[in-house]
Every structure is written in C-alpha cells, then in structure tokens.
Ligand binder design. Structure first.
Ligand code: AMP
Length: 572
C-alpha cells in the first residue's frame, strides 16, 4: 500500500513529511524542506519551488504566487501561452513535492493527506482534492491546519521527555489555542487534547497574512521613492514585484533586529529606467504600520475563545504556526493574554506537514494513539420563506458551525400550499439569517405528491471528514425522495446560472402554476426588488410581497387577489 505522506500546501510555502519509525520526518525538498509555493515559466519549461521563486523576482508576469488564495474560484491563470485553473497550478506544486520526495527518499509517493485552513469553504476543500487528483495522487484525507499542528504538538509532547506538564502527566485533558498566521491566511482554533484531539472552535480570515504586512511596507517604500526621486511607481508591476521581495526581506530581518536598512539599487522604473532607495526602518515603525492587521487577528482569537466557551486562564498551551508568528509582537501579545509559560517552542514552519504525516500514519494503521475529531467550519442551512417582518426568505441552520464531523443532521420543514407540486431546496453556507449574505452552495428540486398544505418534508444534510456535503430530502408518507451530492466547487458560477434560470422562468411561467414556497411570482418580484432603487415604489412592492407570503402561509382566501396585485405591479 505504501506510506501516506503529509502535505502542507501553503499560500507562501509548502512542505512534505512522512512518518518514519513512528516519528514525523520533513523531507528536505529544496534544501530546507520549506518549498516556495511559486510556479514560473521560463519559455521552455515550468519551474516550481525555489527555482521559480528566484525567477519570480525578475519575471513576475511569467510567475504565479499565492495560488491558494484562488482555490475554489474559476479564475484562469496564464503561464506562457497556456491558461490554467488554480487547481492545475496547485497540482504542479503537489507533483513537484512528491517527485522531489521520491528522488530523495527513493520510494513512490502516491497517497497523501493535505492540510487546508480551518476556515476553507467546501468549494476550496473540493478544489484542493481536485488538485491532488490532477497531480495523480490519492488524497486520503483533507485536514485542518491547526488540527495538524496540534497532532504534531501532541506527538512531540508525548515523545519529548520533560516537556509534559503536570496536568498531562496526571492524564487530564488540556486546552490548546492554535494561532496560525501564514503568508496568506489566518486561522485560530481552540482544541481539547486528551486521548482524542477535539476541535472546540475554529475561525479566521482567508484574506489576512504575511503578504498584507509586506504590502504595507511596499507602500511606505513607494512613498520614500516618490519623496526622494520624484517617481510614482504605484502602478509599475516590475517595481512592485521587486519591492515586495525587498519588503518581505526587511520584515523577516525586523523579527531579529530593532532596525534595518532598506537599500536597493536598480529598481525597475517605466521607459527602461531604474531608481534606487535607501532608508532606515525600525521594528517599532513596522509594528505601528501593521497594528490594525495584528489587531484583526486578536478579534478572531476572542471570537474563538467565546465559541469554545473558555476564558484565557483555561488555555494550557498556545501553539504558534506559520512563519509570521516569528514576529515578536505576536508572541508578546499572546503572552500578555495567556502568560509566557503557555507558549511552548514548536517549529512554526514544519508542524503542519508533520501533523499531516501523523494523520497519514493513523490512517495507514501505524502505531499512533491519537484519534482526530474535526468540526464544520461554517453553518449549513436551508432557505425557507421567512416568518418575520425583516426578511422575505430566511436561512434555517441544519448543521451549525463547529459541529463535530462526520455528522448527519435532519430537520422537518412544512410545505406552504395545498397541492404544492414541488419544493426547491437551496443549501447555503454561512452564518447570516439573510440568504443574500451567505454562499449558495447547491440546490435541488423535490417533486411532491399531491397533499394538504403543511405536509412534512424531512431534509437531511451529511458532512463528511473531507468537508463535503450531501443532501437527502423526503416527503414524509409519500416516498418522494431526492438525493444530491453538492458540487460546491464553484458557488459564483452557480449564482449566475441561477439568474439565467430565473430569466427563463420569467418568460415561461404562468400565473397560478406550481405555487411552491419559492414560486415564480415571488421570484420575479424578488428579482425586481433587487433591481429597484430604494424608494416608495420599492417599499410598496416589498409590502405586497410580504402580504403574499403571509397569505400563502396562512392559506387565506386572499391569495389570488394579492397574487393579481403583485403580478400587475410586476408587469406595470
Ligand atoms: P507560511 O505560509 O507559514 O510559510 O508563512 C510564510 C509567511 O511568513 C511569509 O509572509 C513570510 O514572509 C513570513 N515569515 C517567514 N519568516 C519570518 C520571520 N522570521 N519573521 C516574520 N515573518 C516571517
């Protein structure tokens, strides 16, 4: 069967590890094992990793960085004359890691566990699995990065003598907070570590990471160039590419020094010219410049603690993950909240891949004790007609956020009308009651047998260990059933498809037909409301629509009258 390798497919860097004699071992691809997640085309061949990173500085237009931020989108990326999906680029990185590991280790790499930020949506997870497939790999499991880090920490603390504190010695569970600030994403999770590792809460920000810190410094350097050389390079791509590397270097240096000199000659400028910059920059200035970014991470820390229902004194360990946590201000602020003794030294760069390798070992039956319990990162809900005044439609949660997975949950809903012919079931992901603020990840139509109003429909969602969703709906007592595995790879495309369908319905729909909870009259009215400017007319239509919803729900004799009013309003 072969070993299962653990891969941290990071925004900035990636890493591959495997379990050897019960211990995780990072494979030294590109020398250190920390492989830049960069792909570049040199006119002949595609380069990946350190070589691509070196080339990206001079040829940013022929290189792709931070593709992880695009996973789950339909964005096309160009390399040479070819267009690629984000999955293709991630597949190149995965293939490179596995080929290099094979050459270094002398064995085939076929089965992998890949880590993703805990906050990744289903679409992003699905895209990650797809990248693995396109790389010719069998993806055995997708696991959350903080969970992997905790697995590694747990392993280290079990293995390392003297690193185990009194509570663990006494066999009691401990609580850990994993603070993971990488190149492009931020995650924070609260875990209970005992015989099993349980994720109590996880939250974060998919658009916050080291790149944002670098950009702040780039803006500051651009200002300096403007002041000293009178040149505005804000829109000059080659200059920005060079300066982002300069900024990253300065940022990293500021983690060890209180002051750095940013000195760079031959910065590309328009019309084949170049310029230079020389300036001193202090850690204090950098911390002021990026304070709001660090603050944002601590808002998430508070949120995760609240969700886990724990106060800081109940956190026994704080685990740092991601290169950015080497910034002294991060550990200083965590120490302020949790106390210095709670921050053990675990390598922030390698712990995620090593944890994934441990998970791989668990799957392949190696002698590892831990069992992993993971949670859903988002609430999964069903759209229904709302019973309250502020919304027309409302999302009713079926699987709340932070539920342990795998999970299957069901809820009963009622039809709204007599002889309702069908019920449209729309699955949303997100925390809002308002469907417009959540992401539509899938939908299906359940054809109904003729029945009284308020006929029960059982809707069941399942969420598997890879974070994939399955929906089963059944009209109770009539054996009408539908089942879909939701293809949530592409919610944006889905939304536009839905609009097209809506237009078709507008052309084809007939009054009185198929009075479902989301029938075509309400859909047309809702579409119109969305297009209208705020004002009396829009409010009048909204009120009419609400009366119609109410009449439908109550099966009042007014339904036809209100429907006529609504239709004449729409057709005016
Ligand atoms: P990761 O995604 O975990 O590989 O983290 C990469 C991010 O960490 C990049 O933004 C790096 O610039 C940043 N980074 C790496 N080392 C350091 C350091 N010593 N101090 C500050 N940031 C660092």
């Amino acid at each position: 069967m072969g070993e299962i390798y653990g891969i941290d497919l990071g925004t900035t860097n990636s890493c591959i590890s495997v379990l050897k004699e019960g211990k995780p071992h990072t494979i030294p691809v590109d020398g250190s094992g920390i492989v830049p997640s960069v792909v570049s085309f040199d006119g002949k061949e595609i380069l990946v990793g350190r070589k691509a990173w070196n080339r990206a500085a001079a040829f940013p237009e022929e290189s792709i960085r931070s593709v992880k931020r695009l996973m789950g989108t339909v964005e096309k990326l160009t390399l040479g004359k070819n267009n690629y999906d984000p999955e293709d680029i991630s597949a190149m990185i995965l293939r490179y890691l596995c080929d290099e590991a094979r050459d270094l280790e002398g064995c085939q790499v076929e089965r992998v566990v890949i880590t993703v930020p805990a906050y990744f949506s289903d679409a992003q997870r699905r895209a990650t699995v797809e990248a693995g497939k396109r790389a010719g790999l069998t993806v055995e499991r997708i696991i959350n990065e903080p969970t992997a880090a905790a697995l590694f920490y747990d392993h280290v603390s079990v293995v390392a003598e003297g690193a185990v504190d009194a509570k663990e010695n006494a066999g009691e569970d401990i609580h850990a907070l994993v603070y993971d600030l990488g190149g492009g994403t931020f995650d924070v999770s609260v875990l209970r570590i005992g015989e099993i590792i349980e994720v109590l809460a996880s939250t974060g920000d998919t658009y916050l990471g080291g790149d944002d810190f670098d950009k702040r410094l780039v803006v500051r350097v651009l200002q300096q160039i403007k002041d000293t050389e009178g040149l505005d390079l804000t829109d000059h791509v080659p200059a920005l590419a060079r300066l982002s590397l300069v900024a990253e270097r300065a940022k990293i240096a500021l983690s060890n020094k209180a002051l750095v000199r940013i000195q760079e000659a031959y910065i590309p400028a328009p019309k084949g010219k170049s310029c230079s910059v020389s300036m001193e920059f202090s850690r204090e200035e950098f911390e002021t410049l990026t304070k709001d970014l660090v603050d944002r991470t601590f808002v998430s820390v508070e949120k995760a603690m609240e969700e886990a229902n724990l106060t800081p004194d109940k956190i026994d360990k704080v685990l740092l993950v991601g290169g950015m946590t080497r910034m002294p201000v991060i550990s200083a602020r965590l120490e302020q909240i949790f106390g210095a003794a709670r921050l053990p030294a675990v390598d922030p760069d390698l712990s995620v891949a090593n944890g994934a390798a441990i998970q791989g070992g668990i799957i392949s039956g190696e002698n590892c004790e831990q069992i992993l319990v993971d949670v859903t990162p988002h609430t999964l809900s069903l759209e229904t007609l709302s019973h309250s005044d502020d919304l027309l439609y409302e999302c009713i949660p079926i699987i709340p956020r932070n539920t342990q997975i795998p999970v299957t949950r069901a809820r009963t809903f009622l039809t709204t009308a007599y002889h309702q012919k069908a019920a449209e079931l729309k699955v949303y992901q997100g925390e809002s009651r308002d469907p417009k603020e959540n992401t539509l990840i899938g939908k299906t139509m359940l054809e109904l047998a003729s029945a009284e109003a308020h006929c029960p429909i059982l809707v069941e969602y399942s969420y598997d260990l890879n974070g994939m969703v399955r929906l089963v709906a059944e009209q109770k007592g009539y054996s009408r059933k539908t089942e879909v595995r939701i293809d949530s790879r592409n919610p944006q495309l889905f939304a536009s498809q839905e609009l097209e369908e809506l237009e078709d319905e507008e052309e084809n729909g007939e009054k009185g037909e198929n009075r479902t909870a989301v029938n075509f009259v309400t859909r047309r009215a809702r579409a119109l409301i969305e297009k209208m400017e705020e004002g009396e007319r829009r409010q009048a239509l909204f009120n009419l629509l609400e009366s119609y919803g109410k009449a439908l729900r109550e099966e009042s004799d007014d339904v036809d009258r209100v429907e006529d009013q609504l239709l004449s309003f729409i057709e005016e």
